[in-house]
Design a protein around this ligand. Structure first.
Ligand code: GSH
Length: 240
């Protein structure tokens, strides 16, 4: 019998992670099915109109778009991860959209063809995160999460955003968090949250490095210098 909640996933997808984090925060059991986005199965294309993960199957009915999935989960299962107040909720939705813009900027960063573009795209990410820094400074509640003591959907969105930098940091100092102490503190708190940690597999960093190398851009070239691949296995000596 199929599980009542099935998350159609990809091991690296930050949008999938939002849903996985929301489910974990709510203590809801679910089945996760990873698919190959480079070779999308026909059954997946039949339930995902844009051919994108995540899709949440609820009793077999597909719900697509991560923000919509998170809203559905929030409307149907306690504890609420969105504020009760309509205005505060609208503002949180804005920051969730903003989180998607940061993800797009990260995509342009790891696809940068040369060092000049890489630096400029790192600067763009920093410019976006500087706006988050201002917002964190204006919150009535001072941390540790986006809106104070309670973990919200905005936190579920930014945990996967910050996770990229756990892999980028050893490659080089791109200055993305320089002078942004509130963002840096928020990143650390989210990295320690069990729901955020559990949203990816133990092989996430290795998989991301393989993905980044395949981009063959400036970041991949820097990786070769900073994190050399293990030497190829030596051919075995001919048997006597
Ligand atoms: N707006 C979508 C974005 C989802 C998305 O871009 N997913 C990526 C993987 S992280 C995808 O499925 N890409 C496959 C493709 O575009 O062909 C959401 O929030 O769910």
């Amino acid at each position: 019998m199929p599980h009542p909640l099935t998350l159609i996933s990809h091991p690296l997808c930050p949008y999938v992670q939002r849903a996985a984090i929301a489910l974990a925060e709510k203590g809801v059991a679910f089945e996760r099915i990873d698919i190959d986005l480079a070779d999308k199965p026909a059954w997946f294309l039949a339930i995902s109109p844009l051919g994108k993960t995540p899709v949440l199957l609820v009793d077999g009915q597909p719900v697509f778009e991560s923000a919509v999935i998170c809203e559905y989960l929030d409307e149907t299962t306690a504890p609420r991860l969105h504020p009760q107040d309509a205005l505060a909720r609208a503002r949180h939705r804005g920051w969730i959209e903003f989180g998607s813009a940061v993800l797009s900027a990260i995509g342009t960063f790891y696809n940068a063809p040369d060092d000049t573009a890489l630096a400029s795209r790192a600067g763009e990410i920093r410019r976006l995160l500087a706006q988050v820094e201002v917002q964190l400074g204006m919150q009535q509640e001072a941390g540790p999460y986006f809106a104070g003591e309670a973990f919200t959907l905005v936190d579920a969105v930014f945990g996967p955003v910050f996770r990229y930098f756990d892999v980028f940091d050893p490659i080089g100092d791109f200055g993305v968090f320089t002078g942004l102490p509130r963002v840096a503190a928020w990143r650390a708190v989210l990295a320690a949250r069990p729901s955020v940690q559990g949203a990816v597999g133990a092989d996430y960093a290795d998989r991301l490095r393989v993905f980044l190398r395949a981009r063959q851009g400036a970041l991949a070239r820097r990786m070769e210098l900073a994190i050399p691949l293990p030497p190829p296995a030596r051919p075995r000596a001919a048997q006597a």
